[in-house]
Design a protein around this ligand. Sequence first.
Ligand SMILES: Cc1cc2nc3c(=O)[nH]c(=O)nc-3n(C[C@H](O)[C@H](O)[C@H](O)COP(=O)(O)OP(=O)(O)OC[C@H]3O[C@@H](n4cnc5c(N)ncnc54)[C@H](O)[C@@H]3O)c2cc1C
Length: 279
Amino acid sequence: MPEIIVKPSTLRELWVMLPELPAARRYLAGGTDIVTADNAGVEPSRCWVDISALPELGAIKETARALFIGSCVKISKIEASAAVRKWCPALTAAIPHFASPSLRNMATLGGNAANGSPCADGACALIAEGAFIFLALKGSKRRLLLKDFFLGPKKTALKKDEVILGFEIPKRRHAGAYFKLGPRAYFGISKAAVAVTAEISGGVIRRAAVALGSVAPVPLLAVKTGAWLAGRALSPGSAALAAALVKTEVAPITDARSEAGYRREMCGVLLERALNSLT
Ligand SMILES: Cc1cc2nc3c(=O)[nH]c(=O)nc-3n(C[C@H](O)[C@H](O)[C@H](O)COP(=O)(O)OP(=O)(O)OC[C@H]3O[C@@H](n4cnc5c(N)ncnc54)[C@H](O)[C@@H]3O)c2cc1C
C-alpha cells in the first residue's frame, strides 16, 4: 500500500493539491487494476490520489449530438444506462464479457483505458463506437480519437498528472456486436475479442468500424476491414470476405493465454460471427 492516499472532492481541489504530493503518485478510480498490481508488488507509487468521487468524472450526459460517459462511472452503471444501450450497441454487448458483476461494480472505463492493456474490453468497444477521449491537466483540456490514445502495451498518450475526464460517443443510429474468446465466462482475459459497429440501410452497410482486443500491441482499429465493409451488402458472403481481410490487419503474439496463429484465425471467426449477428 502507498504511504499516502488523498481524496479531492473537485477537480479544482485536485489541481491545488497535486504540487504538495510526492512525485511518485497515481490516480485511483475503481482500484481493480492498481490494487491488483500493488498486491503483486509491482505498484511503486508512494501516493494514490483517489479521484472516484470527483463529480466532473462521475456522470453519463446526453447532448443533441453525443453521449458523454464520465471516466469514473462504474461499469455496472453504464450497463444500466438506457442511453448507452440506445447509442452504444457494441459497448453494451461488451459489458457482459467484462470481468464479473462484482468487478463491474468497482471498475471504470477511465481505468480501463489508462491501464493501456491491449485486452481492455471497454476500450476496444469504445474504439468501434468512434469514441473520443477527453483529457485535462490543470487549466488545459484536449480531445483525442480514442484509437490514437494507445501507443503500445501499457503505453498511452496520458501525460503526468493528466486526468481522463471521459469519453464522447457521437450519436449515430447503428448496430453493434462484441464477441470475445476467453478461457471461461467470468474472469477470462481474452485470447481475442472483436467489436463491430455498422450503419445499415436497405441491407447495405453504409459505414462500419471493426476493433480488436488482445491481438496487437494496442486495442486495434482495423481500418482496412472497416473501409472494405462500407458499401457492401450485409451477407454471409461479405462477412466471410471481411473475416479473411481482418486476419491480415492483426499482429497477435504467442503468450501464456494463447498462440499467435490461433489468435489470428479466431479474429476472422469472431468477426464473421459478429457481422452475421447484425442481420
Ligand atoms: C479479476 C479481474 C478481472 C478482470 N477482467 C477484465 C475483463 O474481463 N476485461 C477488461 O477489460 N478488464 C478486466 N480487468 C481489468 C480491470 O478491471 C479494468 O481494466 C478496469 O476497467 C480498471 O478500472 P479501475 O477503475 O478499477 O482502474 P484503477 O485500478 O483504479 O486504475 C487503473 C490505472 O488507471 C489510472 N486511472 C484510473 N482512472 C483514471 C483517470 N480518470 N484518469 C487518468 N488515469 C486514471 C490509474 O492511475 C491506474 O494507473 C480485470 C481485473 C481483475 C482484477
